[in-house]
Design a protein around this ligand. Structure first.
Ligand SMILES: CC(C)(COP(=O)(O)OP(=O)(O)OC[C@H]1O[C@@H](n2cnc3c(N)ncnc32)[C@H](O)[C@@H]1OP(=O)(O)O)[C@@H](O)C(=O)NCCC(=O)NCCS
Length: 186
């Protein structure tokens, strides 16, 4: 894999490496049960947030299982708005994308804009063949992001997840590099 050139600039955002100064803002949204509602883990404790920001700040993307974890901030207003991640999956050319935004940064299209830039990186510089997203069918905000990105709904796995005391249906969206190159509807 080539070196990842950061920051990445989009129309309104800067995607950059995390640093220690992000901890307070990171913990503010990561500690909310509402943020973790559709994640397969609980809201983070302060210690977990500290460990996670440390790991994100020092990520290396060299082999299967590694993650790119980028801080999202507004170009005109430094400060953490959320994060987008790309995980290198087992199997040739496979990756998974994900996103989390702070409540005050939602409803502005920032997650979609940041995810689009990460797909660009994944399919462009990094040369992945296929990128997917896995989500709870009740997570309509995430499903709308996938649709806006032009990802295809490939699977509906009925009640194959049990977490937070309930059965959940998983949706898998995906896109191929050739589809990305062919252009994404906006
Ligand atoms: C999932 C999540 C990132 C979605 O955030 P979001 O802000 O709704 O997503 P976007 O950034 O793409 O914003 C889209 C919304 O902004 C609106 N918007 C406002 N101004 C906009 C602009 N200039 N450009 C684009 N969209 C704009 C869109 O109309 C859209 O609203 P709608 O969904 O009501 O139609 C957020 O709910 C979240 O962080 N949830 C908790 C973590 C989580 O579940 N992560 C995913 C696990 S699979």
């Amino acid at each position: 894999m080539p070196d990842i050139r950061l920051p990445i600039h989009t129309e309104r955002l800067r995607l950059r490496r995390f640093d220690a100064s992000d901890l307070a803002a990171f913990h503010a949204y990561q500690s909310l049960p509402e943020t973790a509602r559709f994640l397969l883990r609980e809201a983070r404790t302060y210690t977990q947030s500290m460990e996670t920001v440390g790991r994100y700040a020092n990520f290396a993307f060299e082999k299967e299982g590694d993650w790119i974890c980028l801080a999202v901030e507004a170009k005109d207003r430094p400060g953490l708005l959320g994060e987008v991640v790309l995980k290198w999956l087992p199997g040739e050319g496979q990756a998974e994308i994900g996103w989390i935004m702070a409540p005050e940064a939602r409803g502005k299209g920032y997650a979609t804009e940041a995810a689009r830039a990460l797909l660009d990186l994944g399919f462009g510089e990094l040369g992945f063949h296929r990128i997917d997203a896995k989500l709870d069918a009740l997570n309509t905000g995430s499903a709308r992001i996938c649709e806006r990105l032009g990802m295809r709904l490939e699977a509906t796995l009925v009640e194959n997840w049990r977490y937070k005391g309930a059965w959940s249906t998983e949706l898998i969206y995906a896109m191929l590099a050739e589809e990305w190159r062919a252009g994404v509807p906006t």
